[in-house]
Every structure is written in C-alpha cells, then in structure tokens.
Design a protein around this ligand. Structure first.
Ligand code: NAD
Length: 324
C-alpha cells in the first residue's frame, strides 16, 4: 500500500519512517514549503511536491498521512476521503468538534478508513499499566493522576504558539491523556480546568475529570518545563497502585524531530524493539486488511477533542463543563 505524507515537519519524518517499518511504501511527500517536502523525500527516496491537494488526488496513492498543523487536518482528511483514499491523521483530529464530526461523516460516506494517531494507547508502559488494572490486581480504581510536558514546542513558523491553531498544551498535548483515560475508564461526566498562560512561553494546565463510573482523574500538562520531556502516570485502586515515571525509569529517549534542519517538536522515543508509532501503523494495517477493528476509532478521536475543548472552555469560564 502506497502512502503520501502531507506535512513534512517533525511528525511527517516520524511517520515516514515508521510507516515503512510497518510494511507500507511511502512514495510521496507534500508540504506547503517545497524545500521541506524535498528534504524528507530525498531522505526516503520518494517524490516531492508543494501541491498537496494534487498529490492527495493522484492515482496510485492508497493512503494519505496527514501530519500538518492541527487546523489543516480536517480539510485534508475531507479531500482524501473525497478522493477515495484511506487516511492516517495525527491527533488532534481537528480544531473544533463540529469539523471533526464532519470529517468522520465524509469518511463514512466515501467508505474510507480514518485512523487517528492517539499513540499513547500503544506505549508499552501504558499498555503494562492497562494490563495490571484489567487483571484486577490493584482492585477497584478510584484515582488516576497523569503528567505530561516539557519545553514549549516550536514547529514550523512557531505555529504551536498560536493558540488559535494549536489549542496550547490542553488541546495539543494532554489530549493524549484524555484519550487514554477514556480508553481505560469510559466517558467523562464532568471536566474542570485551570490553565496558566503567559504569552508565548508558558502554558500549564490542570484538568480534573470525573468519569461516569466515578473514577477521578487529575491531568497536568505543561509547556513550561525548562528541561526535557517527562511523562508520569499513577493509578490507585482499593488493593494497590501502579505507576510509571519516565524520569525514574527512563526507558524512553527523547529527541527533537526535525525535517531539513528546521526546528521541530520533542517526540518521545522508546528503545523497546518496536516504536509505539510503528505499532499504530501496524494496527492501521491490520484494520485495512480486514483482520481487526482499530484500537483507536474515529469516534474516539472526536471524543478526545471534545474533552480537550471542554477543558479549555472550563479554563475560560472557571466553571466545570458537564457532559450529557
Ligand atoms: N503523536 C505525537 O506524539 C505528536 C507529537 C508532536 C506533534 N503531533 C501532532 O502532529 C502534527 C504536526 O506537528 P509537527 O510537530 O510535526 O509540526 P511541524 O511544524 O514540525 O510540521 C508541520 C509541517 O506541516 C507543513 N504545513 C503547514 N501547513 C501546511 C499546509 N497547508 N499544507 C501542507 N503542509 C503544511 C509545515 O510546513 C511543516 O513542515 C500536529 O497536529 C501535532 O499536534 C503529534
């Protein structure tokens, strides 16, 4: 199956590599900045273009991988679906819930598969915690605490600093934890957030989620941390606790992914044999081949955006947001 990458920055480079490792052929790279498309294409032996819509519609492309800044995700998902191409899209699926729902509707209408990269479901540390919780060893879970953050990301043209595009740490980064928590404990019934924003250099967000099954989750996201990237998770049940801290057990290595010497985003890597990003593509592949259901559904991706945007709304109003 032949893949075209749209958006050849940090994550474009990651997905070009792991999609190949998962058995796909990455044959084309598109970017609004032609030099970035060429830089990635030259490294992997693919063709390059700055005509991304033309590339999406081109015959012979089976899958479009969308790794542009967030506001461009949905327009490209829709263009790909209308061209009959399956889609891999980085999280967040979109910038608003309505446009995410539209993307899902168009993908369904054109019978293409839409896979969204909620990669934490594939991190081995999180999978280990999941298996301990599901085994019942820590009993009935009452509390979950997560922390995820590092330095303020840059991205091409510093787009992460434009909150209208990135949604800050609350939409861009701790959406990973919202998705994982929902994967583990189902839908939330209430979200509350307090966020600290200072211009373009600090973003710190504390979100509490009361889940419908009464688990209480406490999620911190920061782009205000001067050091490297850190992830922590702790789950407390009535028989015990399980947790992970990337600083105490640094099985992750961090690197700043870049394309063509341009600044990028810190991306957690992992020295375990198979990268979680590759596992996403293997899961997508199994779904494309009709062997399994996807671990992340498009509806899951819409929910993750819904929770993140509810948190941002709560930070603004200083009131909790209640889901029906
Ligand atoms: N899953 C993860 O671990 C993870 C980590 C970092 C970023 N992300 C997500 O990946 C996406 C990309 O982030 P990034 O860090 O790679 O950003 P980046 O700025 O490094 O790369 C984005 C690329 O898209 C290109 N681009 C911008 N507008 C375009 C357009 N209209 N058409 C074609 N190309 C366009 C830019 O020139 C740039 O090369 C974001 O949605 C981000 O939230 C996910």
């Amino acid at each position: 199956m032949k893949v075209a990458i749209i958006g050849c920055g940090g994550m474009g480079a990651v997905h070009a590599r792991v999609a190949s490792l998962a058995g796909f052929r990455v044959v084309a790279c598109g970017d609004v900045i032609r030099a970035k498309a060429e830089s990635l294409a030259n490294r992997i032996g693919a063709e390059a273009t700055d005509d991304c819509l033309g590339l999406i519609r081109k015959e012979g492309i089976d899958i479009v991988a969308i790794t542009t800044p967030t506001p461009q995700h949905v327009p490209f998902v829709i263009a790909a679906a209308e061209a009959g191409k399956h889609v891999f899209c980085e999280k967040p699926l979109g910038r608003t819930v309505e446009e995410c729902q539209e993307a899902v509707r168009v993908a369904q209408k054109h019978r293409v598969k839409l896979y969204v990269g909620h990669v934490v479901r594939f991190f081995q540390e999180f999978e280990r915690i999941r298996s301990v919780v599901l085994s019942g060893r820590i009993g009935k879970v009452g509390f979950v605490k997560t922390y995820r953050g590092g330095i303020f990301p840059r991205g091409e043209g510093l787009w992460f600093r434009d909150y209208a595009q990135s949604g800050g740490v609350t939409l861009d980064t701790i959406i990973h934890d919202f998705d994982w928590i929902r994967y583990m404990w189902g839908d939330p019934k209430r979200v509350f957030c307090q966020a600290l924003l200072r211009g373009d250099i600090i973003d710190y967000s504390l979100v509490t989620l009361r889940m419908k099954n009464d688990v209480l989750a406490h999620v911190i996201g920061t782009w205000a941390h001067p050091g490297g990237f850190r992830v922590k998770v702790e789950v407390c049940g009535d028989k015990g606790m399980v947790g992970y801290d990337s600083n105490e057990a640094p099985i992750e290595s961090m690197k700043r992914e870049s394309a063509g010497g341009q600044p990028g985003m810190i991306v957690p890597g992992s020295p375990v044999p198979v990268s979680p990003y590759q596992l996403e593509w293997e899961d997508f592949r199994a779904w494309l081949e009709g062997k399994t259901s996807p671990r992340v559904t498009a509806e899951d991706a819409v929910w993750a955006v819904k929770i993140s945007l509810a948190a941002l709304e709560s930070a603004k109003t200083k009131e909790p947001v209640v889901f029906n």
